[in-house]
Design a protein around this ligand. Structure first.
Ligand code: FES
Length: 341
């Protein structure tokens, strides 16, 4: 179900677990894997390159099409940048740095990635060797929904994921009993299985979902990313944030709420959602916004924002555009189309 699966790695033993999950998922979906490794200086660059070579060799042995890219800079920003630029549909990271001890210490790599995710994000519990199933083995999936359209999309993705792995699905809603039951029965019907097990719980949604995942031994929790981006990112208590820190199993956070132009800091660009469409937007240092079509004028691939060069780069044949969409280098000969707002 995912064509391009990106995975962040530093070559460590725990990162290798996340790499192997990426290879398993790519094998089952006939997809390809993009290994990304960040470095800050010469020695760490050498380690990154070596880690990527080892990962490439493992992918080759598994028969999975593979690509690899080292990136200079802070790991979370680097992984997000490359996954975004290369149009990954799923990004996988290990959970080291997200456990209970670190709950209030925002800033670990998986934590930061979860707040900037450019696509769906799978956080693999590499720190839980006692887990019932092996990494990447999903027999039981817990899907949380509040019945909203965005949660519905997460439920559909979760159900598709479960089907691809032959896993059972349980739906959970945290709220009022009668309303919750109606929401879950409707969701189950839309997912094509009226008999799907449902649970309506009372209390704090993040806490209850994580507790249920633990008590029933689910292998994966699926939630939408509503409440994880933009101005809400620092509000403790938002459901996906809490679940990603507390649930003892893997977490699939579905990218139901894309970034909006309001999320862009001065001097930053990115692919954001505007009126339901994905656009390339750049906010200059004075706060003025430039909005462009993200379709490269060479052959139509989607450009990505290059944080270091502050350019729009096309991953297909190397065209590069300035932040305002004018051509910096070819093969394109035409600027990105402006979009009026
Ligand atoms: S499609 Fe962008 S460079 Fe070819």
């Amino acid at each position: 179900m995912y064509g391009t699966i990106a995975v962040g790695t530093d070559g460590s033993e725990t990162a290798t677990i996340a790499e192997n999950v990426a290879l398993q998922l790519a094998t089952s979906s006939n997809g390809r894997v993009l290994f990304i490794s960040a470095f800050t200086d010469g020695p760490s660059r050498r380690r990154s390159v070596e880690a990527l070579e080892r990962a490439r060799a493992r992918a080759g042995a598994a028969g999975v099409p593979v690509d690899a890219e080292p990136v200079k800079g802070e790991p979370a920003a680097g992984v997000v940048e490359i996954a975004d630029r290369r149009n990954a549909e799923l990004l996988i990271v290990g959970d080291i740095g997200m456990g209970e001890r670190h709950m209030l210490r925002l800033g670990g790599v998986p934590d930061r990635v979860s707040h900037e995710m450019p696509c769906d994000l799978l956080i693999v519990r590499t720190s839980k060797p006692e887990r019932a199933k092996g990494p990447g083995e999903y027999a039981s999936v817990l899907i949380a929904t509040d019945g909203s359209p965005t949660a519905d999309r997460a439920a559909r993705v979760g159900a598709e994921f479960a089907k691809a792995h032959g896993a059972s699905v349980t739906l959970v809603h945290v709220g009022e009993e009668p309303v919750g039951e109606i929401i879950l029965r409707d969701t189950a019907e839309r997912l094509g299985d009226r008999e799907m097990p449902i649970k309506v719980l009372a209390g704090d949604p993040g806490d209850r979902i994580a507790e249920l995942a633990a008590s029933e031994g689910h292998d994966l929790v699926v939630v939408g990313n509503k409440g994880m981006t933009g101005g809400l990112r620092f509000l403790l208590g938002v459901v996906p944030d809490k679940v990603s820190h507390q649930a003892p199993c893997d977490i699939l956070i579905v990218n139901t709420v894309g970034r909006s132009a309001a999320d862009l800091e001065p001097g930053e660009g990115g692919i954001v959602e505007l009126d339901g469409k994905r656009v390339a937007a750049y906010r200059d240092e004075q706060g003025a916004l430039t909005v462009l079509s993200p379709r490269c004028k060479h052959m139509g691939c989607t450009v990505g924002w290059n944080h270091r060069a502050k350019t729009w780069d096309c991953p297909c044949h190397g065209s590069r555009y300035e932040a305002d969409g004018t051509v910096k280098n070819g093969p394109t000969r035409h600027p990105l189309d402006p979009i009026s707002t």
